[in-house]
Design a protein around this ligand. Sequence first.
Ligand code: ATP
Ligand code: MG
Length: 336
Amino acid sequence: MGRQRVLSGVQPTGNLHLGNYLGAIRNWVEIQSQYDNFLFIADLHAITVPHEPATLAANTYTLATLYLACGLDLNHSTIFVQSHVSAHSELTWLFNCITPLNWLQDMIQFKEKAVKQGENVNVGLLDYPVLMASDILLYKPDKVPVGEDQKQHLELTRDIVNRFNHQFAKPNQPVLKLPEPLIRKEGARVMSLTDGTKKMSKSDPSELSRINLLDSPDEIAKKIKRCKTDPIRGLEFDNPERPESNNLLTLYMLLSGKTKEEVAAECQDMGWGQFKPLLTDTTIEALKPIQEKYQAVMNDKGYLESVLRDGKQKAEAIANQTLNEVKAAMGYSIPL
Ligand code: ATP
Ligand code: MG
């Protein structure tokens, strides 16, 4: 039979950085041909925290374009915008009515984010995992790649499947399919430029801590110039006392395509003053093809919109069918 269907979503918030690329996207691109991939831009999830209407659409375009620029191939992947397929919202309502409140109140991510939002916690933040369950179950995927922070939400999705099938499906004829987690080979862990013990992340308040995929050569040069180092001459991997040395060498290795041994030998006697320009040039060169492709797609809005329109059509055909099956099982059966 065909390839396994895999689904994943990304929120259109913040810029993608080298950690996202080297730790996740690049590995995904490498194995994409083994699967039938569905990738959606999670713009409904993006409003569970206060958001800026003026930039939502632009961020959505940017993210879709970046994925194409990083090598996502439309022969293997369907890219679509979550809010374009209304079945996501509709199924969420149906699931809301079978999901116990305390399941959601127990979600770690809700508790953490609710603390940050103080008194203004909205229902959407609590309901986020139910929307995620809908996102997944509409497509009946074989596998769902989940990071550590989403494991609990996938468990909740599986609980919803079992509850729904138990309440509404005929014995041995499940309506919803239990999704399995896809455990991926861990990509490289890229650390912050300002602290080699912290991971590079979108939510770090300091721009200097990360290199974004769309940073200009000047920005890249500035960030590397200012990045944290240590007073020791000669660079080395795997010395726990020198996290910055390990991180920056790892970046150089991944971006240059050289082996660890080659990099270790090349840099063992180098001072930081010699290494930083080398890393800067290598980073600029490695990001150049991504940035060029990004510009080319961005300059052709018509093409980009046609990609998202095709994605919507393909996604909607599958999603609406599942939604209809769910509604029928729940008793919504009056013909139009
Ligand atoms: P946030 O700070 O909002 O959590 P993030 O920078 O951690 O953002 P995510 O959107 O959470 O980015 O992660 C997207 C993907 O990139 C995930 O697969 C995640 O594992 C991977 N990733 C994120 N940061 C890094 C990093 N520093 N090194 C390697 N992989 C990373
Ligand atoms: Mg994260």
